[in-house]
Ligand binder design. Structure first.
Ligand code: ZN
Ligand code: ZN
Length: 263
């Protein structure tokens, strides 16, 4: 059985657990090692099965626990070359044989999982999202997205489960207390995806057959879980898709594990 769980999601830290039989991996490790250990035990899992950590980009909310966990559990950490360069020494020393360089678009296999990264528009060195292929199933993880375009959308299509960013409500952000340059950064082409766009993307993917959605990487300042959920629900309803019956939709929270989804 394929299990997917968001352990942490948001601008304060991200970590996603994916397992299939005896193999598991983490996408990002952006909170402390201790908190990730605790979250894993909360869902009845441990590090025994974890074969590696896949990094999306070098921002601290995606990497802060990766060094500790790699050292503690001898875990390989996977990231592309520009991301490794940008990480530098920020997560402490990692053994050279645990530093694994991957290239966007190149599939690597761990157990029965095929893992492929794809480029996303975000203000980092070489940010990526991930497709994980297991048997005939496809799981997609895409957060920290400045804007959606046809190519990125095509990477998410035909997924069985998608974790998509629903970062902010545009009006809350515009009227909020963030300084203007930061607002511009978030709203920009390489910033973060708003609730409205997340709704459009989820509705599109649902019409193409995706059944399970987690909305993630919510802003603490410029969003509410209920607002993200409502906005995306309304976009689904506009396409005659019932968010309570036809699909599974949940907001992944910053400080609580999501439901463990079976894909
Ligand atoms: Zn982030
Ligand atoms: Zn980021």
């Amino acid at each position: 059985m394929i299990k997917v769980c968001s352990l942490f999601s948001g601008s304060s830290g991200n970590c996603i657990y994916i397992s299939y039989n005896d193999t598991a991996l983490l996408i990002d490790a952006g909170v402390s090692g201790r908190r990730i250990e605790k979250a894993l035990s909360d869902i009845g899992e441990s590090f025994d099965k974890i074969a590696g950590i896949f990094i999306t980009h070098e921002h601290s909310d995606h990497i802060s626990g990766a060094g500790v966990l790699s050292r503690r559990y001898q875990l390989p950490v996977y990231a592309n070359a520009p991301t490794w360069k940008a990480i530098g020494s920020s997560i402490g020393k990692i053994k050279s044989d645990k530093i694994c360089e991957i290239n966007p678009g190149e599939e690597i296999c761990i157990g029965d999982m095929g893992i492929n990264s794809f480029l996303i528009p975000h203000d980092a060195a070489c940010p990526v999202g991930y497709n994980i292929f297991i048997k005939d199933k496809k799981i997609s993880i895409a957060t920290d997205i400045g804007h959606m375009d046809a190519e990125l959308l095509s990477k998410l299509e035909n997924s069985d489960m998608v974790l998509l960013e629903s970062n902010h409500d545009t009006e809350m952000l515009k009227c909020g207390r963030y300084p203007w340059p930061l607002k511009q950064r978030i709203l920009g082409e390489k910033g973060h995806l708003c609730n409205d766009m997340a709704g459009k993307v989820v509705a599109h993917l649902a019409t193409k057959g995706t059944k399970q959605f987690l909305l993630g990487h919510l802003s603490q300042e410029n969003n509410f879980p209920e607002l993200a959920y409502e906005t995306v629900s309304n976009a689904l309803l506009e396409k005659q898709i019932n968010p309570l019956k036809d699909v599974y939709l949940e907001v992944a929270l910053r400080d609580r594990v999501s439901k463990v989804l079976c894909v």
